[in-house]
Design a protein around this ligand. Structure first.
Ligand code: MEV
Length: 434
């Protein structure tokens, strides 16, 4: 893929969703320069085999497939992206593509990321004076950082490595006085769990010698707040017009909806679930650890002592809608499942990201767009109408409908306002009988 091709291509693909699956796949293959093997992977002919899966986890008895969709319209920092998303819930891919189109009208998303610095924790117990122990560790910090770099020379060669120590004395805990040492380590394009865990284990004996204490835990923190990504966007108010509702009113209703998520954890949980609908789907598509991503996002949302929203929405002086998001995004493009899973490799090719930081920035934009899609739907027609037609298709499929039968059976159920397995079976029988 030449840089020129990358610059020229647009993710604005009108009518993409109406094409048959094979045509969509062919269009994406051309867009991303996929080869025949990549295309076979997408069609499930050469994806993760049970034999490969057997090397990934324990007690494997097979593989489990999920839909891989592509969200269109994303413009992030002036570059076009097609976003691979693995998710089972209807409306997510359509919603995020629509929201990205709205953001495109305002110049797209602006994303930024911290350096990819992970935090590793070393827990030291049985120390009489945690402050004195902290002082001794601090005095030896240069040696500890050098030792950390020794464990991962490759990372250092790539420009990563130890970035610092933080000391967190807890004089009074249920387990007695405790010193927690944070090791900050730049993991470049890896998610970095293995790298940081190895570093913590490597440093533990020296830490014990310095503190005279006993090391217990040596593990990364999923609250990866040294590795945050942010994104923002502006939606021209007029673009938000929905039926008879003027755009400015929709913008106001979205800001009102977002205000509830800021003040109320009950709403914030659902609001943030919507954000993660998009981010998790990209994490899964690219073979990243979405549980770690979730843990980091929710811990970050609660950092002030009260769980709140991951996004902010407001209207500017022109009445246009503005949104922003910031959260830890610990994802990688090398190593781990990302490398071992054939479909994750193809998903990364479709994205075309060149660094973990670029992926994190795009994912923040996806989270913000997914949130906008949900808020816009909730503040206008509600989400059920869109959901119901897709839900009806799933029920029709489950009842055994195939090909054109799916749309016919689902369409009838939506018209009747009654979507159930029994009704789908009856309609299918009637259809086949005729
Ligand atoms: C559903 O998966 C996600 C939403 O509930 C998010 C939200 O309410 O903001 C629609």
């Amino acid at each position: 893929m030449t840089d020129e091709h990358k610059q020229r291509r647009t993710s604005r693909l009108p009518g993409f969703y109406k094409l048959p699956l094979a045509e969509r796949a062919a269009m994406v293959a051309q867009w991303a320069g996929l080869d025949r093997n990549d295309q076979a992977v997408l069609l499930g002919l050469a994806g993760l085999s049970a034999t490969q899966a057997d090397h990934l986890i324990e007690n494997v008895i097979g593989v489990h497939a999920l839909p891989l969709g592509v969200a269109t319209n994303f413009l992030v920092n002036g570059q076009d992206y097609l976003i691979p998303m693995v998710v089972e819930e209807p409306s997510i891919v359509a919603g995020v593509s629509f929201a990205a189109r709205l953001a495109r009208g305002g110049g797209g998303f602006v994303a930024a990321t911290d350096d990819p610095v992970m935090i590793g924790q070393i827990q030291v117990l049985d120390v009489d004076n945690v402050y004195a122990a902290a002082g001794r560790v601090w005095d030896a910090r240069e040696r500890l950082l050098e030792d950390a770099n020794c464990c991962d020379r490759t990372m250092v060669k790539l420009g990563g490595g130890a970035r610092g120590l933080e000391l967190r004395p807890f004089p009074d805990t249920p387990a007695g006085p405790m010193l927690v040492i944070h090791v900050l380590f730049d993991v470049r394009d890896a998610m970095g769990a293995n790298a940081i865990n190895t570093v913590c284990e490597q440093l533990a004996p020296t830490v014990e010698a310095l503190t005279g204490g006993r090391v217990n835990l040596r593990i990364l923190s999923n609250l990866a707040d040294r590795r945050k990504a942010s994104a923002s966007c502006t939606i021209p108010a007029d673009a938000l017009k929905a039926g008879d509702l003027p755009g400015a009113e929709v913008a106001r209703a979205i800001v009102e909806a977002a205000a509830l998520a800021e003040i109320d954890p009950y709403r914030a949980a659902t609001h943030n679930k919507g954000v993660m609908n998009g981010m998790d789907a990209v994490a899964i598509a690219t073979g990243n650890d979405w549980r770690g991503l979730e843990a980091g996002a929710h811990a970050w949302a609660a950092r002030g002592g009260r769980y709140t929203s991951l996004t902010r929405w407001w209207q500017d002086e022109k009445g246009d809608l503005r949104g922003s998001i910031e959260l830890p995004v610990a994802v990688g493009i090398v190593g781990g499942t990302t490398r071992a899973h054939p479909t994750a490799q193809v998903a990364l090719k479709i994205l075309g990201v060149e660094s973990a930081a670029e992926l994190a920035g795009v994912m923040a934009a996806v989270g913000l767009a997914q949130n906008l899609a949900a808020l816009r739907a909730l503040a206008t027609e509600g989400i059920q109408r869109g959901h119901m037609s897709l839900h009806a298709r799933q029920v029709a499929l489950a009842a055994g409908a195939s090909g054109a039968e799916v749309a016919t059976v689902a369409g009838r159920m939506v018209e009747e306002g009654a979507i159930s397995a029994e009704r789908a079976a009856d309609l299918l029988a009637a259809l086949r009988g005729s």
